[in-house]
Structure formats: structure tokens, C-alpha cells
Design a protein around this ligand. Sequence first.
Ligand code: SF4
Length: 441
Amino acid sequence: MNQGAAPKVSFVSLGCPKALVDSERIITRLRAEGYELARKHDGADLVIVNTCGFLDSAKKESLGAIGEAMTQNGKVIVTGCMGAEPEQIEKAYPNVLSITGPQQYESVLDAVHRAVPPLHNPHLDLVPPQGIKLTPRHYAYLKISEGCNNRCTFCIIPKLRGDLVSRPANDILREAEKLVAAGVKELLVISQDTSAYGMDLKYTTSSWKDRDVRAKFIDLARELGELGAWVRLQYVYPYPHVDEVIGLMNTGKILPYLDIPFQHASPEVLKQMRRPAAQDKTLARIKAWRAECPDLALRSTFIVGFPGETDSDFQYLLDWLDEAQIDRVGCFKYEPVAGATSNALENPVSEEVKTARWNALMARQQKISAQRLKRKVGTRQQVIVDEVGPTVSKGRSKADAPQIDGSVYLSSRRPLKVGDIVSAKIERADEYDLHGSVAGI
Ligand code: SF4
């Protein structure tokens, strides 16, 4: 490090949006203390790797990233989900400087201070009002709780992150308000189980502006809806109390969008997965939601090839999809994760069958998605602009979350800016995307 120059930290952020929020917090703190971000490991004073430990493939990727940082730099701090079980990392890279689990911001910062002391005293002016965002400035993830009280058999998140710990409502609202004031147009509300928000706090109130707000899913959604940004709810389970937010969607306060990771439909498989709300009549619930809010877009993920999944379980899932008409679907082939209780289940499904089921589900869903998108041709949709091109720009409708759903390709006579929300006439649809032109701003 040059005498007098700000220490430089190279940062690798792996994993899900929740891990990204952790990375943003750490970087914000580092910037506040006068550290700079380096573009490359080589030449940086230190590397931080925020790891993902959800699947074995993610662990492999994390170990690869640590190895790269060790070779190119040699001073490496590891944090994140994989850090909760440090043995594998210690074995592969005994010389890493420190290993901590998810959200242990203070320990990460202590390790950084030990390795490369800060040059200045903390100077908060170095940080823009919204903190440092790794996501584009026009949308931001808002993490409302950490951990999970469920015990799905294929998942080790509760083991890594512990039971549900919710943030007080006013703390979340303060952060959301700051983000909107700094130019964020879309807030993506995330947690492991968004609909369980506040259960651990016994829905206790906190004061926000001139009122008390309960730490409760519906109350938080209502308040977030007052901030003037798009509010998108992700990782929601179909508990009965979710019905309440559908009314808010109809009033335009929050986006008519729910990301519900159903994972399966067959009661037998759901039982083996020990999924929350598995016993609820989800098809009836979806129908009722759509009757109340016809614009509602549903996104979900499914696992095929879970141990014990029979041909008839899988057929049940396909039939259920036909009925449920989920707008957006992600599908994964079951993969055993070290430490998950599902590893002990009998009747594993062969890789060949998993692949065949994956292909069948994706083909079925492609048809559903194409049909649902076709219905939008000729309508007007509001679109948020993500990327501006010379002739065609790329954006998303209210039915599309960034990175996981489809896009709207837009032609426009007037120049557009990233973050603009425009009214678009939809002219064409394909399997996953829409195409149209700007009809108004
Ligand atoms: S709801 Fe299930 S899958 Fe999701 S984090 Fe909790 S235990 Fe894991």
C-alpha cells in the first residue's frame, strides 16, 4: 500500500440476493472508514469473499473463488453462508486470514482492521445517503428478516442462519425511505420467509412518523406502499394471512406480484419436504387471489426428482401447473446438500429421470408462460427501464422481477433513461418476453 493512499479491498459477492444485501452492508461500512474498492485482486491490499453454502455446487464455486483470491492476492477474508461451517475452507486454504458466518459484519470489519488498518477515522461523508448498492441504483433489495423457523428437509439455511429474526418495522421503513430518496424506484422485499415477518417479535409495534406500525406482513406492506416506489414481495408462503395483501395490490400500493416458492404440488412430496403451508388448499387460494386481483403475476420455483417422487407425484405436479397457471417458473433438479435431512430419505430418483422430468416440466411451463404473455399483446403496461440501447431498450413490467423473470423490449422515439417508468404498448410476445413501444412517460 502506498504511503497515504487509501487501502484497497477487492470484494467477491456470491450467492442469493440476501447475501448481496450482506455484501452491500460490509462495503458501505468499509467505504465509511475510508477503504476503497479495487477492481482486481491483483494490486488490492486485501480480498473479501462472501460465500454461498446452499448447494454443494455453490460451495464448490465459493471454494474456487477463495482459491483464486489466494493465488492472485494471498490476503483473504472469508464470510457468508459457507463460513458457518469453516472446516472445509480451513482444510483447503489454511492460510486464509479469517472465516466468519453470514451477517457477522463486525467480525469481518475487525478482521479487515487487523489485516489492513484504516487510513482515516470514520468519515460518514464518504458514503452516499443510500449506502453502497451493488444492484443498479433504480432498484434495491430490502431485507426484512434473517433466518427461518421452518425446517424444510432439503434446506440447511436454518442451520446456517438460525431461526427467524425480524427487523423492527421502523428500521426497515427508515432504510426504505432513504433508498427512495436516493433515487431507488423499485424495492424488492426479501427474507427467507417474507410472510412470517414479525412472528418472532410477536408483531410488536415501533413508532414511525406520527404512528405506531406493527411488525406484521400486511402493516409493513401497507407502509412500504406509501413511499411512492414499486414494492415487490418475494419469498412469500401461501399462509391464509397473505390474502390480506391482495387488496393492497388492487389499490396499486404494491405490485400485483407474488414470488411463492411452492417447490412441489403432490401432498406426499410436500410432506417429505416438510414445506410450510403444505396443508393449505393452494389452488383454491390462487383462484381466489386472481378473482380479486386479475393482474396478479405469480412466480414460483419447483424441485423435481426429490427422493421418493413417483411418476404419479410428478404427473400431479404437471396437472397442478396446468390448473394454477403460474406466470413464471424456475425449476431445479434435486441435489443433496451436505447436512440436509432429506439425504436420509429413501428411494432416490436417478439422474436420468430427474433430467426427463425437468425437461417435461419446462416444456409444459413454456406453453403456459407463452399463453399468459400472449394475453398481454395489445394492452398497455408500465415498464421500468433497466438498460438503454441505441434502438431498443430493455425493461420489465410489473410482472417481472429483475434477473429471474422475463423482459420487455422497447422501441422509443425519445431517449430513455435507466430507471424511467414508462407506459408501453405491447405488440408481440414470445415464450418468456414481451416486445412493444413506448406510448408515454
Ligand atoms: S422456508 Fe424452508 S427452504 Fe426456505 S429457508 Fe426456510 S427451511 Fe429453507
